[in-house]
Write a protein that binds this ligand. Structure first.
Ligand SMILES: *[C@@H]1O[C@H](CO)[C@@H](O)[C@H](O)[C@H]1NC(C)=O
Ligand SMILES: *[C@@H]1O[C@H](CO)[C@@H](O)[C@H](O)[C@H]1NC(C)=O
Ligand SMILES: *[C@@H]1O[C@H](CO)[C@@H](O)[C@H](O)[C@H]1NC(C)=O
Ligand SMILES: *[C@@H]1O[C@H](CO)[C@@H](O)[C@H](O)[C@H]1NC(C)=O
Length: 807
C-alpha cells in the first residue's frame, strides 16, 4: 500500500479562519491540507492510494514516509471519505466533514463555545479556539493511536490501535489510564469495547502508599513519557535518556499489533531515513497475552513468534490458511473439516498426517490432560480421537486440544512437542455412499440410484484430479463406470470393476507389452478405450487354485477396500474359469528398484520421502485397513513410483489371495531371497514382523542405493548389505555407506536415525523389531531412536564381539 499524501498548501501562521475549507482532490492539489507554521505538520485529506479514498488526518509533512499521528474517527470507524469530500471550519459545529453528496460524515464539536479560528500547531496539535484564544477542542485531547511530545492523557483517556498498518478502523488493542491511576494495555473484544485483562500495566495505583496512583500520562516536550503520580512522583515508561526533541521528531504509538513503542526521526536529514525504535512494551507479546488477556495477537489457530524488533509475526500451521488473505494477524482457518461425523463419513481410517512442531504451544483450548504419559502415546491418543486437533507433550504430560486453538506461540523454553493433525487431502467433498449390490432385495432400487448418481459422478470426476491418495481409486471407478453401466452388477461389494477376458486381451493388445514378472504372474501394459484411453497394468495370475472362487472374491474385496496414497490402486479384475487377472492403475515411473539402482542416484531428500512413504503404506496394511494384510514380499521391485515419485506398494494381498494360510506355520518359503525374515526358515508363526524385516532391508537399500546382496562386489566384506552396514555403524563410518554423498552427510542426524531404524527392523528376533507404527514415528523423528542391539549372532561384527568378550 502506498499512502500518497496530497500536496500541501503553505499557511502563514498556522491559523485558519472560520469558513475556510479543504477539498479531497487528486494528487498535487493545494487545497487539501493546512500546514503548521514550521511546515512540520499538516492537517487535511490524506490520500489512501489508488482507491480514491481520503482520510481526514494529521501527518508529518516533511517526512517522505508520511506518518499519520491523528485521524478523525467515530463509532470505531476512521473517517475515510471519497474524493470530492470537504472539511469546513464552522463557528458552531467546529470541523465538519461532508461527502460530495452533502452528507455529514463527521463533526468535531466545539464543547459549548463558538469557534473563532483553528490552529495547526507546530507540536502537531490541531486546536479550535474561541475569541479569547481559549481551546474549545483539540486533537491532543482526542488521540487515536499516537501521542506526541507535549500531549497528556488524563484518567479514562485511551489510545486505540488501528486494524492494520493501512486500515485505520479501530483495532483490537487499547491503552487506558484507568480511573485508579493504573496505565494498562489490553485487548478488546470488537465490536464491543469490553477489555480483557491487561497484558501490560504500570501498576501505578495507590497501593500501600497513598498518593502514588497515576494522575496522568505525560509525554513532556523533551520526549520523556511517564505516569505522573498524584504525589508528584514519576513512573517512567522507558529507562535511559530520551533523544533530543529539538533535533528529532518523537512519537509514541500503540501499533496495530499491540506493541506500544516510542520512535524518533531526525528533523533534518538527507536520503532515506526512517523511524528508529527507542523502546517498546511489552517485552514478548506472544507470551504476554494469555487466556484472560484475550485471543492473542495472531488470532485463532495461528502461531506467534517474536521478531528481533520485538514485533510479533504470525504464521499458520500446515493445513491451515489465513482467514483474511491479506492480514496475517486475523488468524487461520483449517483447510479441512475436522469432526467425528466427517471422519466417520470418510470411511477410511487414514485421514490425517501428524505434523510435529517443537516448542509450539496453544496454552489454552485443552479439553483433557493425561499424566503420566509418553510422547508416543500422546500422539496416538490424539490421532485416534476425532475431537482432538492437536496434542502437546511436555514433562510426561499430554494435553489434548480442540479447535479453534488460541494464543499459539513459539517458546524455546517449553521443551515441548506439538502433534498437530492435518487432513491428508484438502477436499471435504464426500462421494455418495456406495450401494450394496450383494443385497438382492435392494438391487433394483440401487441401480436406479446409480443412474441418478451418474450426474453426481460426472461432476465429481471433475474433482478427481484434486483427490490424491484414497480418492484416486474411487475416481478411477467413476470414470470407468460412466461407460460401463451394464457391468455394474459384477462389481464386488463396492468399487472394483469386472472385466471379461476378451476385454483385457484387447486392452493389452493380446498380452504383448510386458511390464514385469513376479512370483505371482506376469504384468502387461494395457489401455482401456475410454475417451483418449486410460492406461492400466494387467497382472495375469499364475498358480491359480481352481476351486477358490469364493476365497478369490473375498480376498479381492479386501484389496479393493484399501485406499492409501502409498498403495497401488486395484481397479478391477477378471475371473473367468482358468483366467484370473487383476487390473491396476498404471504408474509411469517404474519400480523403486530401477530408480534406486540406476546410474545416477536419486537425491537424498527424495529417498527420505520414498522410505517414509513405503513405511506408511505398510503401516496402513498392517494396522489401518479393515482386514490386516501381511504383504510377505516387500522388495524394491514391488514398490512403484507414480508421477510425483510417491512410493506405492504393489502386490499386497496376493500372498493370501494365492491360498497361503498365514495363521499357521510354514515350511514353504515365500518372499524373495535377501529380503525374507528368518522366521520363514524356522518353525515360527508368520506375523506382520516379516514385513518389518523386509522393510529394514529395503530401507538400507534406499539409504545406500545398492542391492541387499551384491555377489559381484570385489570386496567380500561388502557383499551382504546388512552385515556391512552394521560393521560401518559400529565403526561410526556411515559416510562410507552413502558413498560420501554430500547431501546425506549434511543431514547426518537423519542418516544415523534411518540406519538405526533399519537395524532395529532386521533384528533376528521378531519381538525385538518395532511395529510399523513405531517405525514411521522413528523415521519422522517423532520418537527417539535408541541404539539397536546386534541384529543377529551370525553377523560378522557380532561374532567378533563375542570372541572379544570371551577372551
Ligand atoms: C502551540 O502550542 C504551544 C504549547 O501549547 C503554545 O505555546 C503555542 O503558542 C502554540 N502555537 C500556536 C501558533 O498556537
Ligand atoms: C478495515 O477493517 C474493517 C474491519 O475489519 C473492515 O470492515 C473495513 O472494510 C476495512 N477497511 C478497509 C479500507 O479495508
Ligand atoms: C521531562 O521529563 C524528564 C524526565 O522526568 C525531565 O528530566 C525533564 O526535565 C522534563 N522536561 C521538561 C521540559 O519538563
Ligand atoms: C492443501 O492446501 C494447501 C493450502 O491451500 C496447499 O498448500 C497444499 O498443496 C494442498 N494440498 C493438497 C494435497 O492439495
Amino acid at each position: 500500500m502506498f499512502l500518497l499524501p496530497v500536496s500541501v498548501f503553505a499557511q502563514t501562521n498556522g491559523s485558519i479562519a472560520v469558513g475556510a475549507s479543504l477539498t479531497a482532490t487528486a494528487e498535487g492539489n493545494s487545497s487539501s491540507s493546512w500546514l503548521s507554521p514550521s511546515g512540520d505538520f499538516a492537517f487535511g485529506f490524506f490520500s489512501l492510494g489508488s482507491n480514491g479514498l481520503f482520510l481526514l488526518s494529521i501527518w508529518y509533512a516533511k517526512i517522505p514516509d508520511r506518518t499519520i499521528v491523528w485521524y478523525a474517527d467515530w463509532d470505531n470507524e476512521a473517517a475515510v471519505a471519497p474524493k470530492g469530500s470537504t472539511v469546513n471550519l464552522t463557528a458552531n459545529s467546529g470541523l465538519v466533514l461532508r461527502s460530495p453528496q452533502g452528507v455529514d460524515l463527521w463533526k468535531s464539536g466545539t464543547g459549548a463555545g463558538v469557534v473563532a479560528n483553528g490552529v495547526m500547531n507546530d507540536t502537531g496539535n490541531f486546536v479550535l479556539q474561541d475569541r479569547n484564544s481559549e481551546s474549545l477542542w483539540e486533537t491532543f485531547n482526542n488521540p487515536t493511536d499516537t501521542l506526541l511530545p507535549g500531549q497528556t492523557l488524563e484518567r479514562s483517556g485511551t489510545l486505540s490501535s488501528r486494524q492494520s498498518e493501512t486500515n485505520y478502523s479501530k483495532g483490537r488493542f487499547q491503552l487506558l489510564l484507568q480511573a485508579d491511576g493504573n496505565l494498562v494495555i489490553s485487548t478488546i473484544n470488537l465490536p464491543s469495547n469490553f477489555a480483557n485483562d491487561p497484558y501490560y500495566a504500570t501498576d501505578t495505583t495507590s497501593g500501600k502508599v497513598a498518593g502514588s496512583e497515576g494522575r496522568e500520562l505525560v509525554f513532556n516536550v523533551s520526549g520523556y513519557l511517564y505516569v505522573l503520580r498524584e504525589n508528584g512522583g514519576k513512573y517512567n515508561l522507558a529507562v535511559g535518556e530520551a533523544v533530543s526533541a529539538r533535533d528529532n521528531y518523537i512519537r509514541a504509538t500503540l501499533n496495530f499489533d499491540g506493541i506500544f513503542a516510542q520512535y524518533y526521526h531526525p528533523r533534518n536529514f538527507t536520503g532515506n531515513v526512517s523511524w528508529t525504535l527507542q523502546w517498546s512494551e511489552p517485552d514478548d507479546i506472544c507470551q504476554r497475552i494469555t487466556e484472560a488477556s484475550g485471543v492473542g495477537v495472531c488470532g485463532y489457530n495461528s502461531i506467534c513468534t517474536l521478531k528481533e524488533d520485538k514485533r510479533p509475526t504470525c504464521k499458520c500451521p500446515k493445513g491451515f490458511s489465513l482467514l483474511e488473505p491479506n492480514d496475517p494477524y486475523r488468524g487461520c482457518k483449517p483447510d479441512f473439516i475436522q469432526g467425528c461425523k466427517e471422519d466417520e463419513l470418510s470411511g477410511t481410517k487414514d485421514l490425517y498426517d501428524v505434523e510435529v512442531l517443537t516448542n509450539t504451544d496453544w496454552p489454552i483450548s485443552d479439553y483433557v490432560q493425561l499424566y503420566p504419559f509418553t510422547a508416543e502415546r500422546c500422539n496416538e491418543s490424539c490421532f485416534k480421537d476425532c475431537l482432538c486437533a492437536v496434542a502437546i507433550f511436555r514433562s510426561e504430560t499430554c494435553w489434548k486440544k480442540k479447535l479453534p486453538l488460541s494464543n499459539g506461540r513459539v517458546d524455546a523454553s517449553l521443551n515441548s512437542q506439538a502433534f498437530i493433525k492435518v487432513r491428508k487431502d484438502n477436499s471435504t467433498l464426500q462421494f455418495p455412499p456406495m450401494p450394496n449390490l450383494d443385497d438382492k432385495k435392494t438391487k433394483k432400487k440401487s441401480s436406479n440410484t446409480l443412474i441418478r448418481m451418474e450426474s453426481v459422478i460426472l461432476a465429481a470426476s471433475i474433482f478427481v484430479s484434486f483427490m490424491f491418495s484414497a480418492a484416486a481409486c474411487l475416481g478411477f471407478f467413476f470414470v470407468f463406470r460412466k461407460k460401463r453401466v451394464r457391468s455394474v452388477e459384477n462389481i464386488l461389494d463396492s468399487n472394483l470393476l469386472s472385466f471379461s477376458y476378451q476385454e483385457l486381451q484387447e486392452a493389452t493388445n493380446g498380452f504383448t507389452e510386458e511390464l514385469g514378472r513376479g512370483a505371482f504372474g506376469v504384468v502387461y501394459k494395457g489401455t482401456i478405450q475410454i475417451g483418449s484411453g486410460v492406461q492400466v497394468a494387467v497382472k495375469k495370475l499364475n498358480c491359480v487354485i481352481q476351486d477358490g472362487e469364493k476365497e478369490f472374491k473375498t480376498e479381492l474385496r479386501v484389496i479393493g477396500k484399501t485406499h492409501h496414497k502409498n498403495l497401488v490402486c486395484l481397479v478391477g479384475y477378471c475371473d473367468e474359469g482358468q483366467h484370473r487377472l487383476l487390473v491396476y492403475e498404471f504408474l509411469s515411473n517404474g519400480t523403486l528398484a530401477s530408480y534406486l539402482f540406476a546410474d545416477t542416484k536419486p537425491s537424498w531428500t527424495q529417498r527420505i520421502e520414498i522410505a517414509c512413504g513405503v513405511a506408511k503404506g505398510l503401516l496402513y496394511l498392517h494396522e489401518e485397513c479393515s482386514t490386516q494384510v501381511i504383504h510377505c514380499d516387500i522388495k524394491p521391485q514391488n514398490i512403484l513410483l507414480d508421477d510425483y515419485y510417491t512410493a506405492r506398494i504393489s502386490d499386497f494381498g496376493l500372498a493370501k489371495l494365492l491360498m497361503m494360510d498365514q495363521s499357521k506355520t510354514h515350511t514353504a518359503i515365500r518372499g524373495t531371497k535377501g529380503y525374507v525374515a528368518p522366521e520363514w526358515f524356522r518353525n515360527m508363526p508368520i506375523t506382520t514382523k516379516v514385513d518389518v524385516y523386509s522393510f529394514g532391508v529395503v530401507l538400507l537399500e534406499i539409504i545406500c542405493c545398492r542391492r541387499s546382496v551384491d555377489a559381484e562386489n570385489d570386496c567380500e566384506e561388502k557383499a551382504i548389505l546388512t552385515d556391512w552396514v552394521y560393521d560401518c555403524f559400529l565403526e561410526g563410518a556411515l559416510d562410507a555407506i552413502v558413498d560420501y554423498e554430500v547431501q546425506a552427510l549434511g543431514d547426518k542426524t537423519t542418516l544415523e536415525n534411518f540406519v538405526m531404524v533399519a537395524i532395529w527392523c532386521i533384528q533376528e528376533d521378531p519381538s525385538l523389531r518395532p511395529n510399523m507404527r513405531k517405525v514411521v514415528q522413528m523415521l519422522e523423528g517423532v520418537v527417539e531412536v535408541q541404539v539397536p542391539p546386534c541384529p543377529s549372532p551370525f553377523f560378522r561384527a557380532c561374532l567378533k564381539g563375542s570372541f572379544v568378550s570371551q577372551v
